[in-house]
Design a protein around this ligand. Structure first.
Ligand code: 3H9
Length: 736
């Protein structure tokens, strides 16, 4: 059976004495094959295997083949039941997302048509599921009359993460099978269920402990159902819907529950409406309502943006010149140097991924403080109910604090996370070079220093690279992987693979001052501070950027990060590093007043008892107004639109420079940096995608106008000008 190694089908006959459990199978050979489907008879069951690698996405070709195989099986009198299963790694990842923009997804047979064909079949159809059954793949299973899944399978409706609603009956059939509350949770979060959870909820009829006996179980269930007569159709089931009709308020309660998390997103609310429709509309009208909602969402900018992010994440794993079969070095032990906020957070990332990690510090005091912070973090997660006490303890046990530098010698991956000082880092790397084993990867968490200079103090610069985490490191998902000029492909591939193990989104960047994320951040915060000098207040600037979709504006963010951090970085930066650009002095003045942000309950705002809710502070307003006066600025009201453009367009402009310098390969990498490093709203796709959607000619013209008024800053990047002139987008741009 070429290509289907994981389904071993025994060549035996069915045991007539124990028909329900002991199925013995006679393989009668392939009946038909197409490029994307195999159809064969096993006894009297038609077995259809999807074969559209890598993920069995329902492209038009697969849909046509499936329709043909189903029709053949339905019309064949020798076939009493049908099993659909997936070849390769999984059942199916759902509709082929690449067909959405062109509208090929609407060409017949559409997924809803296929699922209707399955559900209305006069003989039972069983889904035998392994790997993943996502989106349309899951919806196909819902239309089947029985479902068997192998342990380890994930089943879900992640459409919401693509800015759409399930469009092939998922919102109508799922609540009929598992009830409204569970269906809402699943559809609106987009999070898949494990096979075990799905079994408990009644979505899966039978579980198998491995993939080896999956098809056999599917065949067995199909034959049992055939003996029972007319298949029971999900569309006709009402018991679980009836329960929810007594509690119609649950929908508004659910809307309130997700309000914070779903702020700005359209699809979660569209999903809720569709599930609500399942309750009150007959099935045939419910699916029509769902279909219309799906089409509306599919065409929306939000969905385009979220699909862009889906592909951006996968693109980022492909690095020019790095072959996909590059050797990845084994990482079973890690070490982190420095147990401050960053070092402690990084150590937690390793422990959370089940990797043993040593943390070192220069004094017992610093080590104890760092470990206390780690324990406090785990404790907080346990009290929020996000982690069991046992799991927290198991993770903590993987972190080994020590003052003995030599112990890092047995680590496979070492991350230096000490204070941002070149001499200190060079000293540490020279010591690492002498104690680390010959295959160890030596990484620095520097946020701005030159990796090549650091690598140069070692005898193995090819094993050195940057891994720049974002604070809090155990929470923020971005990892900038900084490739030095001599970093070897194996070391880069190892860091990329590690980023996935740590559940980070790794973005490879080249060496430049501050790399991609912080480099784009500077013009953003710089403009925010200038706007405040000119007449805005932090509250207004923060509100405008919050309304764009950021979790907080630049001033609230600065309070969270700590004004002392920015101050110290500014003290250590050479004028050449800041290109002699002027920056506002207000942040420094606040620092000198002892206002370090949330940690001192005062920064750009003051903070009450909880230490987290920002409140306007007259002292800050006074400092701002006095600074404007000192600079001879006549404060004027600044429109929200100007605030938005002055903060965002320079950030995008810097992104254009980063692109033309080849620091990243593609603009979508910069989108990921902002989504996962600073919480840029996913439904806008990232700042570069957002700029593309606004039109680069508009962004360029606006930048040029600003530059005419402020010639010493805001100069449009040549690439921005070029793309605007050519009517192109950042998304279309590729490095020459
Ligand atoms: C839907 O179903 C709508 C319906 O309700 C209604 C329709 C009418 N389409 O992620 P991987 C590509 S919407 C096209 O690295 P993994 C992916 O880009 C769909 N391509 O694999 C990558 O390509 P490349 C709802 C897809 O094993 C390659 O396959 N479904 C699709 O790490 C390997 O992907 C979803 O949202 C697709 N649907 O993870 C699920 N899926 O190699 C989307 C993947 O060129 N998929 N590709 O970079 C996933 O979440 C993951 O792929 C999955 C496997 C978890 C399944």
């Amino acid at each position: 059976m070429p290509g289907f190694a994981h389904h071993a089908i025994p060549n035996v006959t069915r045991d007539p004495l124990n028909a329900s459990t002991a199925l013995v199978v006679l393989y009668t050979g392939p009946v038909s094959m197409s490029e994307s489907i195999r159809y064969e008879h096993i006894n009297s069951v038609g077995l259809i295997t999807l074969d559209n690698p890598p993920v069995n996405a329902f492209s038009l070709a697969l849909r046509v083949s499936l329709r043909d195989a189903l029709t053949q099986a339905i019309e064949d009198d020798g076939v009493t039941a049908i099993v659909i299963t997936g070849g390769g790694r999984m059942f199916s990842a759902g509709a082929d997302i690449t067909e959405f923009d062109s509208g090929v997804s609407n060409q017949s047979p559409t997924l809803p048509e296929l699922i209707e064909l399955v559900e209305n079949a006069p003989k039972p159809v069983v889904a035998a599921i392994h790997g993943n059954a996502m989106g349309g793949g899951c919806e196909l299973c819902l239309g089947c009359h029985g479902r068997v899944a192998a342990s380890g399978t994930k089943i879900g409706l992640p459409e919401v993460t693509l800015g759409i609603v399930p469009g092939a009956g998922g919102t109508q059939r799922m609540p009929r099978l598992i009830g409204v509350p569970a269906a809402l949770n699943m559809i609106v979060s987009g999070k898949p269920l494990t096979a075990e959870q799905a079994h408990k909820l009644g979505l899966i009829d039978e579980l198998t402990d491995s993939e080896t006996n999956l098809v056999e179980s599917g065949l067995s269930l199909a034959l049992q159902l055939a003996e029972l007569g007319d298949p029971v159709r999900t569309r006709d089931r009402d018991e679980r819907l009836a329960e929810a009709r007594d509690e119609p308020e649950l929908f508004d309660q659910f809307r309130r529950k997700i309000a914070h998390r779903a702020r700005g997103f359209e699809a979660p609310y569209a999903c809720i409406e569709c599930v609500e429709a399942a309750l009150w509309k007959p099935f045939s009208e419910g699916v029509l309502f769902e279909r219309e909602t799906f089409q509306r969402c599919r065409k929306s900018l939000q969905s385009k943006a979220q699909r862009h992010v889906f592909f951006a994440e996968r693109q980022a794993r492909k690095v020019q010149g790095l072959a996909s079969d590059t050797t990845v070095l084994q990482v079973t032990r890690a070490a982190v140097l420095g147990c401050g906020t960053m070092g402690g957070g990084i150590a937690m990332c390793f422990a959370n991924a089940g990797i043993r990690v040593t943390v070192t510090e220069s004094t017992q005091d610093a080590l104890d403080r760092g470990m206390d912070m780690i324990k406090k973090n785990y404790h907080a997660t346990v009290s929020k109910g996000r982690l069991s006490r046992e799991d927290a303890e198991a993770r903590l046990a993987l972190i080994e604090p020590t003052l003995d530098f030599e112990t890092v010698g047995n680590a496979d991956f070492v991350i230096e996370a000490v204070f941002e000082n070149m001499d200190l880092k060079k000293d540490i790397f020279a010591r690492l070079d002498s104690v680390c084993h010959s295959n160890a990867v030596l990484a620095t968490n520097t946020s701005s220093l030159d990796i090549n200079d650091i690598a140069a103090v070692t005898s193995r610069p090819e094993q050195v690279l940057g891994t720049h985490f974002f604070s809090p490191a155990n929470v923020m998902r971005l990892l900038e992987i900084v490739r030095g000029s001599q970093t070897s492909p194996e070391v880069l591939a190892t860091a990329m693979s590690l980023s996935q193990r740590l559940q980070k989104v790794g973005v490879v960047v080249g060496v430049c001052d501050s790399f991609a994320a912080n480099r784009m951040l500077y013009p953003y915060t710089r403009q925010a501070e200038f706007l405040v000098e000119e007449g805005a207040l932090p509250e207004q600037v923060d509100r405008v950027l919050y309304d764009l979709g950021f979790p907080m504006g630049p001033f609230a963010m600065s309070d969270l990060a700590g004004l002392d951090v920015g101050y110290k970085i500014r003290q250590h930066r050479e004028p050449s590093q800041t290109k002699n650009l002027r920056h506002s002095t207000i942040a420094d003045q606040l620092y000198e007043l002892g206002r370090y942000g949330q940690k001192t309950r005062a920064g750009w705002y003051q903070y009450g008892e909880d230490g987290r809710t920002p409140v306007s502070d007259p002292e800050v307003t006074q400092t701002i107004i006095a600074t404007s006066e000192k600079l001879g600025i006549d404060r004027t009201e600044i429109p929200d639109e100007e605030i938005l453009q002055r903060c965002m367009y320079p950030l995008i402009n810097e992104g254009a420079r980063i692109l033309e310098e080849g620091i990243v390969e593609r603009s979508s990498d910069l989108d990921l940096v902002w989504l996962y490093g600073y919480g840029f709203p996913r439904y806008r796709g990232g700042p570069m995608f957002w700029a593309d959607s606004l039109g680069l000619a508009h962004v360029y013209e606006t930048m040029k106008n600003f530059h005419d008024i402020h010639p010493d800053w805001l100069e449009p990047a040549p690439l921005l000008e070029q793309l605007a002139r050519e009517g192109k987008t950042f998304g279309e741009w590729r490095a020459p």
